[in-house]
Design a protein around this ligand. Sequence first.
Ligand code: ATP
Length: 277
Amino acid sequence: MNVQTKDSEQDHGYPDTTVGKPILESDIKVAARDVSVFYGEKQAIKSVSLDVAANEVTAFIGPSGCGKSTFLRALNRMNDTIDICRVTGDIRLDGEDVYDRKVDVVQLRARVGMVFQKPNPFPKSIFENVAYGPRIHGLVSHKSELEEIVHSSLERAGLLNEVKDRLDTPGTGLSGGQQQRLCIARAIAVSPEVILMDEPCSALDPIATAKIEELIDELRANYTIVIVTHSMQQAARVSQRTAFFHLGNLVEMGDTETIFTNPEHRLTQGYITGRFG
Ligand SMILES: Nc1ncnc2c1ncn2[C@@H]1O[C@H](COP(=O)(O)OP(=O)(O)OP(=O)(O)O)[C@@H](O)[C@H]1O
């Protein structure tokens, strides 16, 4: 393939570039503008602007330490839990300022749920893992409603059939892949709009990974998903849009096919063809 690329390093500061199919204004779920993230003096994200489209899977890729997880965590203010971390710029969810002082972060994290690298079920039963969120958010008034939410969340997470006869056994007794689907069920149970996934398959074997990838594809009908992944194959398989980060900068973002077949920047091309990373 002969791809024409720009040498973004010469364009001092990797100008953010959108390539391929644009996102319609009406489809924007999350809009980030000029977002910078600092850990103390160190700047981990440098003035990044990008849009996340509703009901799509957006993949964040880039070499280790480029800031993918930091940027992901900025989207639901997970970074607030780190004392030395400071976020500047503007992040909007359906047009609402996520960092507005009036925002209740607990509510925000229900709207923008998160699934982590290592499955982290609570040391409680399978049922309680999923029931916990709806209960603390006051989403149910009857036991039957709670049971309905637990069942439908496990169903949507593709786990119900495997666990329906042992809902009162510990979530930690499941296999790694099942635990990760339990964590997805737990995120779904509070009716999120966006699900952030930080390398959700990195601790899983190929079969469990394939199941999660299938699930991600199904979930996008109802949710907006952002996934950080080290696997370019995974980004290519599951996402409709891909953003490539390098040293805290967004180098370019576009529909996944364009990013993988016709990137604008030499750095993107180098990374996706495995020349560095
Ligand atoms: N809690 C923290 N305190 C200080 N620095 C941090 C913290 N978390 C991340 N960093 C730094 O911020 C930069 C970006 O890290 P981040 O984890 O976001 O990158 P990443 O692209 O997700 O990396 P990886 O692919 O290895 O997970 C790195 O230099 C990292 O050392």
